[in-house]
Design a protein around this ligand. Structure first.
Ligand SMILES: Nc1ncnc2c1ncn2[C@@H]1O[C@H](COP(=O)(O)OP(=O)(O)OP(=O)(O)O)[C@@H](O)[C@H]1O
Length: 344
């Protein structure tokens, strides 16, 4: 278990982490999400004692990281995959870690096999691909067979086979009753991996909830109805107290309606249906909607007339104070691809 209590980190006048309190529990994969610069890495560094909190506290199984006698046996972490001595062989790198934590040498071979690096065990990591570096970092995290695992963007640089492998690994570790805390930018990946979510924005806690509840609370679920008689169907729905709207392709979309009831209404009124489906938003849509107000950096896409348009996620509310300001007449638009810091 990892417990955060009012955890806060200030760098100069930048509040990177702002009073975070939550608990990461064993037996489940907990996803840690937030837009760029939200404070995820800073939080993870404080868990590992690599950064001192300005205020508040974080404990691993009730102890501060610095109080753990052999930390690798309690918590394994992958933060910076390139944080490896490039000239020391993969095997030797792991052996050094093992010896400093009282872990027997045979475990080095075991973890190299677990991550599929046994063939390159005697090679130096400076020649490794990003994906191989990630695997070596994961091997180091697994070395002490810890009860808690923490991964910062573990699928970075992994190919589809590698992504599939790490997803299964994390779920397996959670099934064994371990605490698994993982950050990722890949929403589709997170949706398949995590059961619980902690979402932060600008250092603050935005959500601490189950994946299904998060999606249900932050997204729009609607029923899509396609029929050759849209006008008649619309009348039937309105008469039943529903409020259909016409989507881009002419299909009717009914918020708050239930597919079985709508199907029965169509049948009772003899309306032919070509499609009746419940549309659930993805984790990505839910995430964009929740975090739209706390995104620190907004990119601009050029509009058809050459003006710059903010990229607003579908259905997302504008951030407080409005979206990042579009260029005013006479003001040079930002260069293509340039991030605009909101409020600048
Ligand atoms: N050592 C530091 N000195 C000053 N500011 C820092 C330092 N480390 C992080 N920050 C700032 O703190 C904020 C949080 O950064 P952090 O890297 O924790 O965010 P993140 O959620 O991990 O972002 P990303 O998803 O882009 O990796 C950012 O505004 C960042 O610029």
């Amino acid at each position: 278990m990892i417990e955060l209590e009012d955890l806060t980190k200030r760098y100069g006048d930048k509040l990177a982490v702002d009073g975070l309190s939550f608990t990461v529990r064993p037996g489940t994969v907990t996803g840690f999400l937030g837009p760029n610069g939200a404070g995820k890495s800073t939080t993870m560094r404080m868990v590992l004692g690599l950064d001192a909190p300005t205020r508040g506290d974080v404990r691993i199984e009730g102890k501060h990281y610095g109080e753990l006698r052999e930390p690798l046996n309690s918590i394994g972490a992958l933060l910076e995959a390139k944080g490896v001595h490039g000239g020391r062989r993969a095997y030797d790198h792991l052996l050094c870690l093992a010896q400093s934590n009282g872990i027997p040498e045979r475990r080095v071979g075991e973890v190299l096999e677990m991550v599929g690096l046994q063939e390159v065990a005697r090679k130096r990591p400076k020649g490794f691909s990003l994906g191989m570096g990630q695997r070596l970092g994961i091997a180091a995290a697994l070395l002490g067979d810890p009860r808690i695992l923490m991964f910062d963007e573990p699928v970075n640089g992994l190919d589809p086979e590698g992504i599939h492998w790490i997803r299964n690994l994390m779920q397996q570790l959670a099934r064994e009753g371990r605490t698994v805390f993982v950050s990722s930018h890949l929403m589709s990946e997170m949706a398949q991996t995590a059961e619980h979510l902690v979402v932060i924005g600008q250092g603050k806690l935005l959500a601490d909830t189950s994946m299904s509840q998060f999606i249900a609370e932050n997204s729009r679920t609607h029923v899509r109805v396609r029929t050759p008689e849209p006008e008649r169907m619309r009348d039937v729905l309105v008469e039943a107290g529903l409020r259909p709207v016409t989507g881009g392709d002419g299909a009717l979309e009914v918020d708050g309606g239930e597919a079985p009831r709508i199907g029965e209404l169509a049948a009772a009124n003899g309306v032919v249906l070509h499609e009746l489906s419940t549309q659930r938003a993805s984790l990505e849509e839910a995430f964009m909607r929740l975090t739209a107000q706390s995104v620190e950096y907004h990119a601009y896409a050029p509009g058809a007339d050459g003006t710059q348009l903010p990229q607003t996620p579908p259905g997302a509310a504008p951030p407080p104070g409005g979206a990042a300001p579009p260029p005013q007449p006479g003001q040079a638009p930002p260069a293509w691809g340039e991030d605009w810091k909101r409020g600048r």
